[in-house]
Design a protein around this ligand. Structure first.
Ligand code: ACO
Length: 307
């Protein structure tokens, strides 16, 4: 018995903010942002709920299901529209669902933590769970702070996970957290995101590599067996450093940060969707999902692609 990914959906605001546009008001340049981060533009707009509803609806449709087939909803978000209530019941309501619904906050590892939570729920009686990663990071950015403003973007990605008697798409999972690093990236009530970018960079490479190696070991696969790496999209230099250490070439790594920036818990489902749309993964092949975020938290999983 196991868990199967049955459908995927995304939502992106229409508004595109380019590096050149940011350079009009900030002491920065397209050249600096592109070279140091890989980001060229990002989407800005929507709310955690409105983007989550669209991504969720698209995922249910992609799965060939109707909303009534979903019996639980788990929403990963770092930027809920309100502190209380959680976003999940509101997303569920707008989708026409009255099933159990809850939020998970593990920052940029949030989608992975939500999938892990859903896996446990499916193994203990639920049938189909909608997992949504949705972020409205732009609302918590001080647009006069070039340290953060160049990095973040808005968007949402969702997946429908289904209990399956015969197949299991999730071959391994490694999650971790280290609260001693909590002050490296914060947003206080009523404040904005602030971070120690250099230290996050250093630790990110380490936790991604360690957790990814452990996930591959637990799944009994080697880097050669990984058809595609789906990394959290924070900085192209973090992705390159980590995949180089994992000995997986960039040709087998998905990059969407050039178009979307860092969308926190939405970045892994957005990247997976992009890879699928571009025919970069075939049924039966293995993908490595790996991410890190504020907390610090991190997560790696080896999954098999079933559709
Ligand atoms: N535009 C132009 N110049 C800049 C900018 C900018 N936006 N930011 C910094 N600089 C300058 C600095 O002042 C410095 O100038 P100096 O050499 O004259 O002192 C120079 O560029 C280099 O600055 P560094 O901080 O050393 O740049 P670095 O190469 O470390 O890149 C960055 C900074 C992009 C933030 C990088 O450290 C990084 O990506 N870290 C990880 C961030 C991350 O992943 N955060 C988590 C995600 S957010 C979330 O979870 C919600």
């Amino acid at each position: 018995m196991g868990v199967r990914f049955r459908g995927w959906g995304i939502a992106l605001p229409d508004r595109i903010v380019t590096n050149d546009e940011l350079s009009l008001t900030l002491d920065t340049s397209d050249e600096w942002i592109t070279e140091r981060t890989g980001i060229r533009e990002r989407r800005v707009g929507g709310t955690a709920v409105s983007l989550g509803v669209i991504a969720g609806r698209n995922a249910i449709e992609d799965a060939g299901l109707v909303v009534g087939d979903i019996d639980f909803i788990v929403v990963a978000t770092t930027t809920p529209d309100r502190l209380c209530p959680a976003s999940a019941p509101m997303i569920a309501h707008e989708l026409g669902l009255s099933c159990p619904a809850m939020d998970v906050n593990a920052a940029c590892s949030g989608f992975m933590y939500a999938v892990r939570t859903a896996q446990g729920l499916l193994e203990t009686g639920n049938r189909r769970i909608l997992v949504v990663g949705t972020e409205n990071l732009s609302r918590w950015v001080d647009w006069s702070d070039r340290n953060m403003a160049v990095l973040l973007g808005d968007g949402a990605g969702a997946a429908v996970l289904e209990y399956d008697e015969e197949r299991n798409d999730i071959l391994s999972f490694v999650l971790g957290a280290d609260g001693s690093a909590a002050d490296l990236l914060t947003a206080e009530h009523g404040g904005y995101f602030q971070m120690d970018g250099k230290e996050i960079f250093r630790r990110a490479v380490r936790v991604v590599v360690d957790s990814a190696e452990q996930a591959m070991k637990n799944a009994q696969v080697s880097p050669d067996d990984i058809s595609l790496v789906i990394p959290h999209q924070a900085n192209i230099r973090i992705i390159k450093a980590a995949t180089q250490r994992l000995e997986i070439p960039m040709e087998r790594t998905v990059v969407t940060l050039d178009r979307y920036g860092n969308t926190s818990s939405s970045s892994i489902p957005l990247a997976f969707f992009d890879a699928r749309e571009n025919g970069r993964i075939k049924e039966g092949e293995c993908a490595l999902m790996t991410g890190f975020g504020a907390g610090m938290t991190w997560a790696s999983a080896v999954v098999r692609w079933s559709r």
